[in-house]
Design a binder for this molecule. Structure first.
Ligand code: AMP
Ligand code: ZN
Length: 113
């Protein structure tokens, strides 16, 4: 637990968020600044900053399984959706607590900006 971390506080229910899915080890919330009609963040309760800060395959796998479940619940799984993890400054990561963006509900471009 990092008391200064927004996503630690959200994952523990100590800061307000629009929760769409929860397990004992993670929470999925609507992004406050959505970049697609559906934009959900999958956030683990455990404070890990970036992908490079863990080699725990079970932990990382649980995040992907949750992203798939969120996509199904949000009904974006059949048409298609994107899952993104930004890591460190050049990627655009602004909250240093690992999270998966689940984006859908519109056609996506490639390469990303
Ligand atoms: P990233 O840029 O990959 O670190 O993503 C951080 C995301 O968190 C951004 O898409 C923000 O819009 C989102 N965000 C920041 N604060 C909140 C909040 N209080 N509730 C929901 N989403 C948030
Ligand atoms: Zn944190």
């Amino acid at each position: 637990m990092n008391t200064d971390c927004l996503f630690c506080r959200i994952a523990r229910g100590e800061a307000k968020a629009d929760v769409v899915y929860r397990t004992p080890t993670l929470v999925a919330i609507r992004d406050i600044n959505p970049q697609a009609p559906t934009h959900v963040l999958v956030i683990p309760t455990e404070h890990v900053e970036t992908l490079g800060d863990t080699a725990d395959a079970e932990f990382l796998g649980s995040l992907l399984v949750a992203a798939s479940e969120v996509a199904r619940r949000e009904r974006i799984d059949l048409r298609g959706y994107r899952v993104v993890i930004n890591n460190k400054a050049e990627s655009g990561q602004t909250v240093p607590h690992i999270h998966l963006h689940v984006l859908g509900g519109r056609a996506m471009k490639w390469p990303p900006g």
